[in-house]
Write a protein of this length. Structure first.
Length: 468
């Protein structure tokens, strides 16, 4: 039950803030009950501090978002934008006394245009909802994070998220053509275009993608669509070592193949998925590689890739016979993170991305780190683009194990940078990786990024404490 602004406990500052917000918002859009507002305090990341919001606002219109930002600017109150809070870096975590601006009620698909191949959506639209809606028009929205049944388009834009199909179709940033953004002072800005091409001025659209709500509030997005591809078929290849599986990835990419998916699960991940879902995956394998093609003759493409896997040392190669069997294999991959969480109850999920040629070095290095800290670390990876998800499993009630988990996490990120990679391929920086962003981009890079932040948000009200 939502408490009224009179019933809710509040001090003078919070009371004034709530009164001012209610002047331009319906009562049901302003949440002040501490038990309710506390539930909006954080996303799904571990080891990330989170504050206590003063109020949670759920706007339904652009004008309501503008009102919130005008009041926030006038009263100098920080604002933390949120989507579905499925993020893994603490980017949506509240700060003390902030306004949490949850955009989940702005969930309309405003337009699907098969000629221009675009969709116009509000930020609260669920990724899977959009994907299914455009499918009805013979179109395809490729970005598909593992949380696609829950995560929002606004959140995907904020973190520049990826997914299983990135190896062929790319990440969210490549599908955002234009945006409507409410700036920190409440002004509405339009960026980008509806056209297939356009190079007018600086690419401010791309600047907002991945900015984690630190530059403005995305209230509308123009997204590029593709024609719907044929149904993909999947192949599973077992390997006696992670290095052999990574060698197969190198051979596939070197051979000029363009799979729609190329995913890797190590032995720890395979066992965790079997324990959770009893899927009958081969637990004797050290690494399981999944490859898929959505071409007009996927069976031929799978045969060619299967031969490359065998040449790299695959102990068994099994192509799916139909769409149902393919979907079963993909479901196993999508369950990976949930299954690893069940191993010890808590996980730290990394997303270090390295050049494909160094993927084998990355996996072997992670295995050494797991041994060093006596921890279970499972790895699933978007192997086709070098994006690894080392997942540290630990007991959060054990202080020593928690310490070792955090230290191992940092060593994994250091290893990624050493191999020429990046600290995050799709989860973002948030709170979790702030110090590592500075290490990756250097002092001049940090200085320039802060200058951009100041230009858009001179008072520092938008998502403070994130990125740097």
């Amino acid at each position: 039950m939502i408490m009224s602004r009179i019933e809710a406990p509040r001090d003078e500052v919070t009371g004034n803030l709530v009164d001012r917000l209610l002047a331009g918002l319906p009562a049901e859009a302003v949440l002040t009950d501490p038990d309710i507002t506390a539930s909006y305090g954080h996303d799904m990341a571990s080891f990330c501090e989170a504050g206590i919001p003063a109020v949670v606002v759920l706007p339904r219109t652009v004008e309501q978002v503008q009102h919130v930002m005008r009041i926030a600017t006038e009263l100098r109150v920080p604002v933390v934008p949120q989507g579905a809070r499925t993020g893994l870096s603490g980017a949506a975590n509240a700060s003390d006394g902030c306004i949490v601006l949850s955009l989940v009620k702005m969930d309309r698909i405003l337009e699907i245009n098969p000629v221009d191949r675009i969709a116009v959506v509000e930020p609260g639209v669920i990724n899977a909802t959009l994907s299914r809606a455009v499918n009805e028009h013979g179109l395809y929205y490729p970005p598909d994070p593992s949380s696609w049944e829950m995560c929002t388009i606004g959140g995907n834009i904020g973190t520049a998220s990826g997914g299983l199909c990135c190896v062929k179709y790319g990440v969210t940033a490549e599908y955002v053509l234009g945006l409507e953004v409410v700036l920190a002072d409440g002004r509405l800005m339009t960026t980008g275009r509806r056209t297939a091409k356009g190079v007018a001025g600086y690419d401010l659209t791309r600047l907002f993608v991945g900015s984690e709500g630190s530059l403005g509030i995305v209230v509308r997005a123009i997204l590029a669509l593709r024609p719907q591809p044929p149904q993909q078929l999947v192949l599973a290849a077992e390997f006696a070592s992670a290095r052999a599986a990574c060698d197969a990835v190198v051979k596939v990419m070197e051979g000029g193949h363009v799979p729609s998916l190329l995913e890797l699960m190590d032995r720890t991940t395979v066992k965790a998925v079997n324990d959770l879902a009893h899927m009958g995956l081969p637990e004797t394998t050290e690494a399981l590689l999944l490859a898929a093609f959505d071409t007009h003759d996927p069976a031929a493409d799978l045969a060619a890739v299967g031969a490359l896997c065998e040449a790299a040392g695959a102990t068994e190669v099994v192509p799916a016979e139909d769409a149902a069997e393919s979907e079963m294999l993909l479901q196993a991959r999508r369950l990976s993170l949930t299954a690893l969480e069940a191993v010890k109850g808590t996980t730290m999920i990394d997303d270090v991305c390295v050049p494909r040629s160094r993927l084998g070095d990355m996996l072997e290095g992670i295995e050494r780190i797991a041994d060093k800290y006596s921890l279970t670390i499972g790895v699933c990876a978007h192997a086709g683009d070098g994006n690894t998800h080392p997942t540290v499993c630990f007991d959060a009630s054990d202080p020593d194990e928690s310490r070792r988990a955090r230290e191992s996490f940092d060593e994994i990120m250091a290893l990624g940078l050493e191999l020429g990679g990046t600290i995050t391929g799709e989860h973002g920086v948030g709170v979790l990786k702030k110090e590592w962003l500075a290490r990756e981009i250097g002092p001049v890079g940090v200085e320039m990024q802060r200058a951009i932040k100041t230009a858009f948000d001179p008072l520092g009200l938008l998502n403070p404490g994130k990125l740097f």
